[in-house]
Design a protein around this ligand. Structure first.
Ligand SMILES: [Zn+2]
Length: 261
């Protein structure tokens, strides 16, 4: 009998309907969300480098192996430093003071190269971190393990852009609720399900316009920390979509696909 069988869930977590999903218990046989190896640490997602103090007390946590948990921090600092270098360039007030670590210097150098060449190059380190963030948000919100037979943590695509390169319409569309339909309603009981709103249009606003008057469901963003980090993820048929906004300055999207299709 393994340890999970011995663990008295009823005693600690109450009735079925309210019982949270255990994503980590020290010494249990949890899998690392990134590589599938046994997890012996827990990791905050997003990492604190993307947030400012005081940190939210209820940061999402996912199980990770020690190698993955430590293996991303250098590129995470690099990513944050790149965003800040760009913000600084645009005279945005910096919220944090990053230390003079080599990752920070490297990110500043890379950003300067982009400025000289007149375009922001796609950066593999940043993409690696965006994929990593997407995987932990999906695992946490949609209760989808990545290391199963049907899913893999390899995205169909990942893309990102920065506020100065977006039109007003593009920025506005980032804030939209995600419309839901029967295909994409999250699993009842998953965390994402709590982000669903059912909205009913006001009659006077839609009368004679031919607009929808029936109630409709949408999914809202999850604000981890105001102005610093928010995300939303949803399942649509064979695809999982994730959107992340960092500092309200960098906007990223990743899409993952079901393995069998
Ligand atoms: Zn791992």
């Amino acid at each position: 009998m393994d340890e999970a069988d011995n663990f008295n869930f009823n005693k600690y977590w109450g009735p079925d309907d309210y019982r949270p999903r255990v994503v980590f218990k020290r010494g249990s046989d949890m899998q690392c969300v990134y590589c599938g190896e046994p997890a012996n640490t827990r990791e905050h997602c997003p990492s604190k480098v993307f947030l400012t103090k005081p940190y939210p007390s209820d940061l999402p946590v996912v199980p990770a192996c020690e190698r993955c948990n430590n293996g991303f921090s250098s590129d995470e600092l690099y990513t944050k430093a790149f965003v800040e270098a760009y913000e600084h360039h645009c005279s945005y007030k910096s919220k944090t003071k990053l230390s003079e670590r080599k990752e920070v210097m490297e990110a500043q150098r890379k950003f300067e190269e982009c400025v000289s060449s007149g375009e922001i190059h796609f950066d593999d380190k940043i993409a690696r971190i965006l994929i990593k963030l997407a995987v932990c948000h999906i695992t946490y919100e949609l209760t989808t393990g990545f290391h199963t037979d049907s899913w893999e943590g390899i995205p169909e695509y990942v893309s990102y852009t920065f506020r100065p390169n977006m039109t007003t319409e593009e920025i506005d569309s980032w804030d939209d609720f995600i419309p839901m339909n029967d295909n994409i309603l999250p699993v009842i009981g998953s965390r994402a399900f709590n982000q669903i709103y059912v909205l009913e249009p006001v009659m006077s606003a839609t009368e004679g316009t031919g607009e929808i008057t029936r109630p409709f469901a949408v999914m809202d963003w999850i604000d981890v920390q105001n102005d610093n980090y928010r995300y939303v993820c949803w399942l649509d048929g064979i695809y999982i979509h994730v959107k992340v906004a960092i500092d309200e300055f960098m906007y990223a999207k990743a899409v993952f696909k079901h393995k069998d299709n």
